[in-house]
Design a protein around this ligand. Structure first.
Ligand SMILES: Cc1cc2nc3c(=O)[nH]c(=O)nc-3n(C[C@H](O)[C@H](O)[C@H](O)COP(=O)(O)OP(=O)(O)OC[C@H]3O[C@@H](n4cnc5c(N)ncnc54)[C@H](O)[C@@H]3O)c2cc1C
Length: 431
């Protein structure tokens, strides 16, 4: 399938992917697939410009077109679409939050995930294999019971597993008496799981493009132009492009973009790494996380064991990692799953994380008329993608947040109404 179109001026409205088109194109040697999206030159101006063609920017453009009928939209991307954190994450999707604003917001995303492949006519490989948070002490299990109950009160699925039930579900962990991290039980969200991250970017891009949105790659925004205080457009590596409204969705670069409008955000940019082993036969059918070791681990569709851990704990815009963090993640993985010691590590990579002061995102207007942002995703913005795009589209279309993102606006820091799920305080790297 041809996914990266260099020049294709036409919109192909009826290019539905189906069993029939698969068969037809298979029989014709895969030569006749239409381009998945166009690569048009930028127009002089747009009603709305979204900066950043990650999952959030693309989802926003798609829902602007689909839900609000606004198609005079461009998504500007400095590199290639999906090349930021969207294509770098460990693909975990869940809505297992305790605080109400988080629970309701991430559950909207979960419901959208559940129909996303059909909605986009693109297989995002959403796999509801369950996300299990391990409890290593009875006290931790008690805290999980509290969170599980809060989830259920918000109509979100949650199940407490005792040690025996965890053993049955994930048999290949170290349950011996000498285990470095004893396992007391866990909190399971059965509807949680994984999705293929780059398919999410490609699916949204294709669906937004089919509705008339222009996606412009290799177009770096270098300035935000204002007149009389209000935004009028952006300076880019392809020249000035006018806009009535601008939505920033650039994850780890949020601070840089906001600075172009003379704003300083309560966000720090940190590095987060992930890594995969060589592929092996299916051996892990649940996503497992351990807060004590800060490890999250699952098996990809290719068979690789995919692992992530903590931030590097120093601020940086470099998208590459270092050995001490890799060592720490691998140590935790081998302690919990001894068989991993026999696998080779194949690849590691890093992404720049937009860590906010309370660990929750910022989705809403900024104090410059016409300027909006979607960022501050910390460790967990991939799972939010459909819900965040949906709410950000609403906010851009109506100039006000939807009730589901009303709690996530920037002014909460002024009002002191922070959403600190972890209770870690105002230290971004701890969220
Ligand atoms: C290693 C790692 C593991 C993670 N694991 C998970 C996980 O398991 N589950 C989960 O929910 N989340 C996870 N995340 C977080 C998640 O990946 C992000 O929160 C989410 O993908 C952010 O999406 P986005 O669209 O906002 O940003 P991005 O995908 O980063 O897109 C932003 C885009 O903006 C572009 N851009 C930046 N500056 C400019 C500019 N000046 N002009 C034009 N374009 C610009 C960038 O090139 C980029 O493509 C992880 C992140 C990392 C790095």
């Amino acid at each position: 399938m041809l996914l990266h179109a260099q020049s294709a001026p036409v919109i192909v409205p009826n290019m539905a992917y189906s069993i029939f088109s698969l068969l037809r194109n298979g029989l014709r040697g895969q030569q006749n697939w239409p381009q998945a999206w166009r690569s048009p030159p930028p127009q002089r101006d747009y009603r709305i410009i979204i900066i950043g063609a990650g999952g959030h920017g693309l989802a926003t453009a798609y829902y602007l077109a689909k839900e609000h009928g606004i198609t005079d939209v461009a998504v500007l991307e400095k590199g290639w679409l999906g090349g930021g954190n969207t294509g770098r994450n460990t693909t975990i999707v869940r809505s297992n939050y305790m605080l109400k604003p988080n629970a309701l917001f991430y559950e909207l995303a979960m419901k959208l995930w559940e129909g996303l492949s059909q909605d986009l006519n693109y297989n995002v490989m959403f796999s509801q294999r369950g996300v299990l948070n391990l409890a290593h002490t009875p006290g931790q299990l008690e805290a999980f019971a509290q969170r599980g109950n809060a989830m259920r009160l918000n109509d979100i699925d949650a199940k407490i597993l005792n040690r025996q039930q965890v053993m049955e579900r994930v048999p290949n962990m170290d349950y011996s008496a000498s285990a470095r991290y004893p396992i007391a039980g866990g909190l399971l969200q059965p509807r949680g799981g994984t999705a293929r991250h780059d398919a999410v970017a490609w699916g949204y891009a294709r669906a937004a493009d089919a509705r008339g949105v222009d996606i412009i790659q290799n177009c770096e925004v270098t300035g935000i132009r204002r007149e009389g205080g209000r935004v009028t457009g952006v300076e880019t590596s392809q020249g000035f492009i006018g806009a009535q409204k601008i939505g920033i969705a650039v994850a780890g670069n949020s601070g840089r973009l906001a600075a172009m409008a003379d704003l300083r955000l309560p966000i720090e940019s940190h590095l987060l790494q992930a890594m995969v082993t060589e592929p092996v036969k299916p051996c892990m059918d649940t996503v497992v996380t351990s807060g004590a070791t800060h490890l999250y681990i699952s098996q990809t569709g290719h068979g690789e064991v995919l692992m992530g851990g903590d931030l590097d704990f120093y601020t940086s815009y470099a998208q590459r990692g270092n050995l001490p963090r890799i060592e720490r993640v691998v140590q935790a993985a081998v302690s919990l799953f001894p068989f991993i010691s026999r696998l080779r590590l194949m690849r590691t990579w890093g992404g720049v994380m937009d860590m906010s002061m309370d660990g929750s995102p910022i989705i809403g207007p900024l104090p410059v008329p016409g300027l909006f942002m979607n960022g501050g995703w910390c460790y967990g913005g991939f799972k939010a993608t459909p819900g965040s795009g949906w709410c950000f589209a609403w906010t851009l279309a109506k100039d006000e947040p939807h009730p589901l993102n009303a709690e996530f606006t920037l002014d909460r820091f002024q009002r002191g109404y922070v959403i600190d799920e972890k209770g870690a305080g105002a230290d971004p790297k701890l969220h």
